[in-house]
Design a protein around this ligand. Sequence first.
Ligand code: ADP
Length: 316
Amino acid sequence: MDAIDLHDVTKTYRGGVHALRGVALRVGAGEIFGLLGPNGAGKSTLVKIMMTVVRPTTATGTILGQPVGSHDVLERVGYLPEHHRFPAYLTGRQVIDFFGALCKVPRDVRRTRTEQLLELVGMRDWGDRRVTTYSKGMQQRIGIAAALVNDPQLVVLDEPTDGVDPVGRRDIRDVLVRLRGEGRSVMVNSHLLSEVEMVADRVAIMNKGQVIAQGTIDELTHASHRYEIEASGGPERLDLPGGPVAAEPPAPGAAPGARTYCVRTREARDVQPAIDALRAAGATIVRVTPARETLEDLFVRSVVDERGRALPGAAR
Ligand code: ADP
């Protein structure tokens, strides 16, 4: 059973803003899913519909097997909203306990779980300090722990690494991977595309209220798969059975005098004729690297408007 399986989700806000125009989205059980898109694409609206905070204009499909809009399913969902604020007089430990109480987790279960969660997010030594003394990264860690207090099957995290330093970001990535290892599904919304790329099994890119791309990063970047051969002393052009391959302008960091030849394939065997031709021409092969478009390349390419300019916020 999919964790999220939504179809035909539309939302027109009062005043006539078409925030969602027929969204279909699938998140498999036990996967980390990245929901991406420039500001105003409709991501928050979609998440709020899933959390029953916003009423959709139309929506069909299920969350953890229950019809979207059902409140009961939220018992099994954890949610970290963007820009969350905790009551200033609470300690980190109390925040987790408080959210547990809101979710009706029994007191004794809450007590053990709070300790486990403080450990999971690396905050055990800080649990008795007030949240106002925390750095942004520590607040995010406590927010993630609070989102997990009801032992959810689906966790929805909005910008979990916002304002977090590189070490903290890696810790948070490790937490996401651990949650997946426990069989939970994780939906993460982030502008840090290189981070999403490191952990997400599948992604959806939204723009102007629609999903414009959805799948594994490998599937979505399929056409860009290539091998780059760096060689010194090679010709400007290789004539191969599959067609000519021209040397590219030197890449940053390339060895002096080396040229790069790009063979568009994902199969290593298709690269061998190019290597043979280079060696026959007396060239020295320096490096052969499989490459593909990054998630950031894919994102920027997907959200470029008709005039060929990236939309505001696209490359943040
Ligand atoms: P994202 O989360 O991708 O930045 P949002 O879902 O917040 O996108 O917004 C999508 C569109 O809906 C934007 O044009 C936004 O201005 C509009 N919008 C969001 N919330 C409301 C609201 N409560 N009332 C009217 N329009 C809204």
